[in-house]
Design a protein around this ligand. Structure first.
Ligand code: ADP
Ligand code: MG
Length: 253
């Protein structure tokens, strides 16, 4: 299977704080990778490096065969101009913990904003796509609502539809259900599961172990800026090889 995301010895520090201490990870096309790990272990930073929201200090990341944020000339890397970084980013969907919808735009306008302004899609075509996506996340009746009129679960489903509107080759989720009331978690996980079954390549940071067990092809456990272990859910979740993984799982299960 082809590799969609190829992360090679990535290091990242914030001042004196080493947050990523040499991350190697390959995510195959069509697969779901779930990243687990304690708070502060570097999960969000790792996701953010994949679309160059954070620059790596060392190492390199490729998505779909293209180096992220840099161009290689000979044996040197040159950072891409902002315009090209933005263009690369349009092909990677990012869903955040706090939805990050535009509060002053309706649901429909939230979804068509990037296709129309970044991809220059005709408005009519973008609206048709948006309505189809709203149907897919079960919100066809909310096109004209504003974010604050929706529940957290509904807002997060809009955020997923908005990410899908760019037809990304990769979807990144950073704790997509952590800000939700418990009774709203299921509706969002169901949408993500549905995408997984349709073969969308995804990296999901979450503490939802049941979701990981059911949906992940690979579970990655991170601690203190490193990948401690990775493998199929049946191995990492049920027969973890490392004490740190066991200690973490005993707290979240
Ligand atoms: P996680 O998502 O696993 O909780 P993060 O990647 O958010 O971890 O953070 C890892 C560490 O990096 C934490 O100690 C955090 O405080 C620090 N950190 C994250 N972003 C920044 C930043 N922009 N500036 C300084 N420190 C940061
Ligand atoms: Mg985080």
């Amino acid at each position: 299977m082809t590799v969609m995301v190829d992360i090679r010895s990535v290091h990242k520090s914030f001042g004196p704080l080493d947050v990523l201490k040499g991350i190697d990870l390959a995510v195959r096309a069509g697969e779901v990778t779930v990243i687990l790990g304690p708070s502060g272990s570097g999960k969000s930073t790792l996701l953010r490096t994949i679309n160059h929201l954070e620059k790596v200090d060392r190492g390199a990341i490729s998505v779909d065969g293209t180096l992220v944020g840099y161009r290689r000339l000979g044996d040197r890397l040159y950072e891409l101009p902002e315009r090209e970084v933005l263009r690369q980013r349009t092909r990677i969907g990012f869903v955040f913990q706090n939805f990050n919808l535009f509060p002053h735009l309706t649901v429909l306008d939230n979804i068509i904003e990037a296709p129309v302004s970044a991809l220059k899609r005709p408005r009519k075509e973008a609206v048709e796509t948006a309505r189809r996506l709203l149907d897919r996340v079960g919100l066809s009746d909310k096109a004209d609502a504003y974010p604050k009129q929706l529940s957290g679960g509904q807002q997060q489903r809009v955020a997923i539809a908005r990410a899908l509107a760019l037809e990304p080759r990769l979807l990144l989720f950073d704790e997509p259900t952590s800000a939700l009331d418990p009774e709203l978690v299921g509706e969002v996980l169901d949408v993500i599961k549905d995408l997984a079954h349709q073969g969308t390549t995804m990296i999901v940071v979450t503490h939802e172990i049941g979701f990981a067990r059911e949906v992940a092809d690979t579970v990655v456990f991170m601690d203190d800026g490193r990948i401690v272990e990775q493998g199929p859910p049946a191995d990492v979740l049920d027969r973890p090889a490392h004490d740190r993984t066991r200690a973490f799982l005993s707290k979240v299960l």
